[in-house]
Design a protein around this ligand. Structure first.
Ligand code: KIV
Ligand code: ZN
Length: 514
């Protein structure tokens, strides 16, 4: 097993160069400060030779980091601040000038080594390429001295299965020349993940142990996360990833997916995973790139369940760390909801139960099951039903049960003039035992005992009569209650008269103390 993952963020460089409006100094600083909160180990702050604006942005971030570190900020003191450079003296000098003030500066030199790029893009012989790479690393090393370090990337490494022996030998010599991180880019994702991972493993085995092997995967075929995660297990300790998976074309490896996948596999890391959701929202805002609704972990729909079977599983495991239909407990990444159940023609009784209870109508599963076919039929013509539409149909088809639930579950157990109430008040489970002549009196005494006193003005129980009402034949309790000068009618319906009474009273108390 390799070392702790070293998360190297490339949003400010690789993703930034692909934005319609690349970030200026101020914008980069906002995202950079969030990266420090997230707790990444390295940040590639830009490509200083690309423009004066990028040079100044990089310089600013190096200075910000130095200042924060001098004020005792541990994240700033430990983070590697890197700038990208082609294997050219002018680029390398510019990169160094941009980041040299950072506590841990790095120069990242790259040069293509795939047969296609060497022949048609660089138009150079392989041995010339090797020589240029070594000379560039020697120069970079002479600048960083003991303060910083040098990373080297053979661009298009993913295509180097064709000339692997040449590249491996080159990387050994480049490491000897002073590069301590060898980054392997899948510059264009063309093949299957394990072909790339096998090459990564061979590089890890061939290089000295003090060299960090890194991967940098683009997502052209949608497999960058898989390739990066498996590369980690093949010995690559540094992972170059971007926030929200932004980057050239279909992007770079998504940082959040990699971090969560490794976390789920029990890998220890220094990233603050609970900053992920906040970071994703902030990145989307500043990049002006909306988060795809189905994006893993951060998409709005990533926690939505619509089919009946999934809703049932989600509901039964909703308070558990491991859910039937979700990869994580979403509080891990700072999302405050785990499962959203909505109603479509494919949804089941659980959705009805959850939606009504969530909105303050304490129906049970059997009652929800009776309403489900009604909603299904309507949904077949209207499409997905919003909560408010469901409540509207519920009230129209059933009974007018107004009121908000303070008491989510009401379990009344009569034992010879003693009534044990099990309920939830303000989210906390409680149990009270009350002596009284009957359950209604007991409920009124309970309301006083728990600080929500009400007066009973009138009480009526009948049978839901209207033949087209869904619950025709059930007991309907209507209880007028007052408190603090307000009077309301609480209603409850059930095939069990006691339950109907309790629903009426507690629904009424909820309304009065809303
Ligand atoms: O994708 C790539 O090859 C790069 C290099 C500069 C590392 O971004
Ligand atoms: Zn790249």
């Amino acid at each position: 097993m390799t070392a702790k993952p070293f998360f190297y963020d490339i949003t400010l460089r690789d993703a930034n160069q692909a934005l319609a409006n690349p970030w200026n100094k101020e914008e980069k600083e906002v995202v950079f400060r969030q990266l420090l909160k997230l707790g990444v180990q390295g940040v590639e702050v830009g490509f200083p030779i690309a423009s004066e604006m990028d040079f100044e942005s990089c310089q600013n971030l190096a200075e910000v980091t130095a200042k924060l570190a001098s004020q005792g900020d541990k994240a700033a003191a430990n983070v590697v601040i890197s700038a990208l450079a082609r294997a050219k003296t002018v680029d390398i000098q510019k990169a160094w000038d941009a980041v040299k003030e950072a506590p841990k500066p790095r120069i990242h030199v790259f040069l293509a080594m795939s047969p296609l790029s060497m022949e048609h893009v660089l138009q150079m012989e392989p041995m010339e390429v090797r020589k240029q790479a070594i000379e560039a690393v020697v120069f970079a090393k002479s600048l960083v001295g003991e303060k910083g370090d040098v990373e080297f990337s053979p661009e298009h490494f993913g295509d180097c299965n064709e000339n692997f022996d040449f590249v491996l030998e080159s990387l050994k010599q480049i490491a000897q020349a002073g590069a301590t991180t060898i980054n392997l880019p899948n510059t264009v994702e063309r093949y299957r993940p394990m072909l790339f991972v096998d090459m990564v493993r061979k590089v890890v085995e061939a290089l000295p142990k003090n060299i960090t092997v890194s991967v940098h995967c683009h997502n052209d075929l949608g497999m960058a996360t898989a390739t990066t995660v498996e590369s980690y297990f093949a010995g690559s300790a540094q992972m170059e990833c971007a926030l929200n998976g932004l980057g050239e074309r279909s992007g770079n490896t998504n940082m959040f997916e990699v971090a969560v996948a490794l976390h789920n596999c029990g890998v220890e890391m220094d990233m603050n995973l609970n900053e992920i959701y906040e970071t994703a929202l902030l990145t989307s805002k500043w990049a002006k790139v909306p988060i795809y609704s189905k994006a893993p972990l951060i998409g709005i729909e990533a926690i939505a369940h619509r089919s009946g079977i999934h809703q049932d599983g989600a509901s039964k495991t909703k308070n558990m760390k491991k859910g039937a239909y979700r990869p994580i407990d979403y509080s891990l990444i700072g999302r405050n909801e785990n499962d959203i159940l909505t109603f479509t023609s494919q949804s089941g009784k659980t959705a009805v139960y959850e939606i009504l209870n969530h909105n303050g109508y304490p129906v049970d599963l059997d009652e929800a099951a009776e309403l489900q076919p009604v909603l299904k039929e309507i949904s077949e013509s209207e499409g997905e039903l919003s909560d408010s539409r469901i409540l509207e149909i519920f009230k129209e088809k059933c009974c007018n049960l107004n009121g908000r639930v303070i008491f989510r579950t009401i379990d009344v157990i009569p034992e010879e003039n003693r009534f044990v109430f099990k309920f939830q008040k303000d989210g906390a489970a409680q149990e009270e035992s009350i002596s009284a002549e009957g359950p209604i009196e007991a409920a009124l005494l309970l309301s006083r005992k728990i600080g929500l006193p009400v007066e009973l003005n009138s009480y009526k129980q009948s049978v839901v009569s209207d033949a087209d009402k869904l619950w025709a034949g059930r007991a309907l309790s209507e209880i007028t209650l007052s408190a603090n000068g307000k009077t309301i009618v609480g209603r409850g319906v059930s095939s069990d008269t006691l339950v109907a009474n309790m629903r009426a009273i507690f629904g009424g108390i909820n309304k009065l103390y809303r």
